[in-house]
Design a protein around this ligand. Structure first.
Ligand SMILES: [Zn+2]
Length: 448
């Protein structure tokens, strides 16, 4: 065994129940054994190569940040507050042109923030794959969702080629699976714990052809695919009838919209009931999640869709969500930054989607700590704190394909309280120190 860890309080990642006086035995990247409630004669000595003993601590599954843009971290506090989405977007586009060393330094800092706040996995939307070496360096489990966008259908092939170039430059290709398609490129570095996914940007910026290319690839390879949808009122207006501030913004970016009159649908219906319909589970069938047995290793035929925001999901959209049951990512602090309508939490719960949480980028958020997201979300009148902690941990594992037995753990100072919901409330109301963090069985954070 590599590690034996004793904690006074432990939340089981499968049942999400609280257990007391627990010894975890970690071997390689997973938890090999959980010894509950029993004294082991002789204590931890001899159980493993390394031992950690916490008399008064709460061990939770590590946080999973299901939506981040680490390559925008250099814009932290650089974009003014109070902008609408169409006003904010050009500032971010300009920020992408800043020198690469600034972008890299921002990503490095962001990874440090993730580790220090108990996050162990992140689904990072990535334009150029820049975050891959930094996630690996900091020991985080990272899924880089390669972002593709482009309004013209003809541009779809080029966009996918750009994504392929990043894959060839940054990742070890799976020759067994891809055969001749793997070509003769070799990834320069083995990035343990880091893999890739696909992310068509949003229905107002990305053509049907490109969505279908990206989803076809992701689904064919059993990878995660994630997209922004129904983020703003302006997006809803533009997708319905082609008008409004987003039309002006896209026009300024040189996109020819002269013949575009909208799709006469909501953005969610456009994706789930039209563009992506051929790949989605049908009503009544079980949703399919990535394999949770082999870390982030993809398994062909197990697609998973992560829809980000869905702030403006409308009545019929919830039927589509209930039929297809994707993961839906709420970004509570970014949502508050833009002043959107209240997030439709009760309706999402009713529809049975896999609720996950994300930070979005530091261009619309002041931090990357998931406790901060849960604190913000807990202000929602329909919020249930235990449900939010699940969304930020085990539901995120399910969305990303992280194994249930993964040694991805965050060990916190024991908050006040006795039952699980009291302890979790206690974490939100107090400054709770992080004692240690494990990702893939590696000790990535250690405070005491
Ligand atoms: Zn985003």
């Amino acid at each position: 065994m590599d590690y034996a860890v004793r904690v006074s309080h432990y939340v089981d990642p499968v049942t999400f129940e609280l257990q007391r006086d627990v010894i975890l035995l970690i071997s390689g990247s997973h938890v090999a054994e959980v010894i509950v409630g029993g004294e082991v004669s002789g204590g931890l000595d001899g159980l493993a190569e390394h031992t950690l003993d916490f008399d008064s601590a709460l061990c939770l599954p590590g946080f999973v940040n299901s939506h981040a843009h680490l390559d925008l971290s250099h814009l932290h506090r650089q974009v003014p507050n109070g902008l609408s989405f169409p006003e904010w977007a050009p500032a971010v586009i300009a920020g992408r042109a800043l020198p690469q060393p600034m972008i890299d330094a921002g990503i490095d800092d962001a990874c440090r923030m993730l580790v220090a706040s108990g996050t162990t996995s992140v689904l990072d939307i990535s334009v150029n794959g820049d975050s891959a070496p930094f996630l690996s360096k900091h020991g985080l489990q990272g899924l880089l969702a390669l972002e593709v966008l482009g309004w013209s259908g003809d541009a779809a092939e080029n966009a996918m080629q750009h994504a392929d170039e990043i894959v060839r430059a940054k990742f070890t290709l799976d020759r067994d699976r891809l055969g001749e398609d793997a070509g003769d490129a070799n990834a320069p570095v083995k990035l343990a714990g880091v893999d890739y996914a696909f992310s068509p940007h949003a229905p107002y910026s990305t053509s049907m052809e490109l969505y279908q290319h990206a989803f076809g690839r992701a689904f064919g390879e059993g990878r995660v695919c994630t997209t922004h949808v129904a983020e703003s009122r302006e997006e809803e207006q533009f997708i319905r009838d082609g008008s409004g501030p987003l039309r002006d913004l896209l026009g300024k970016l040189g996109i020819d919209l002269s013949s575009f009159k909208g799709f006469d649908k909501t953005p969610i219906a456009l994706l789930l009931d039209d563009w992506l319909m051929p790949w989605l589970p049908r009503k009544g069938s079980d949703p399919v999640f990535p394999s949770q047995k082999q870390g982030l290793t993809p398994s062909p035929g197990t697609p998973q869709l992560v829809l980000v925001h869905c702030n403006y999901a409308r009545e019929d959209d919830f039927d589509l969500l209930a039929n297809t049951k994707p993961s839906v990512c709420w970004c509570p602090r970014s949502h508050a930054y833009f002043g959107h309508e209240p997030w439709p939490l009760a309706k999402m719960r009713e529809s049975g989607v896999n609720l996950v949480l994300g930070t979005d980028s530091l261009a619309s958020n002041d931090g990357l700590d998931m406790l901060g997201e849960i604190r913000e979300a807990a202000n929602h009148p329909d919020a249930d704190v235990t449900e939010l902690f699940k969304a930020a941990t085990v539901n995120g594992r399910k969305a990303l394909g992280v194994g249930q037995d993964a040694a991805d753990l965050a060990i916190w100072g024991l908050p006040p309280g006795d039952k699980l919901d009291e302890l979790l409330q206690g974490m939100l109301k107090n400054e709770t120190p992080l004692y240690a963090g494990f990702a893939r069985g590696n000790l990535i954070a250690r405070a005491i």
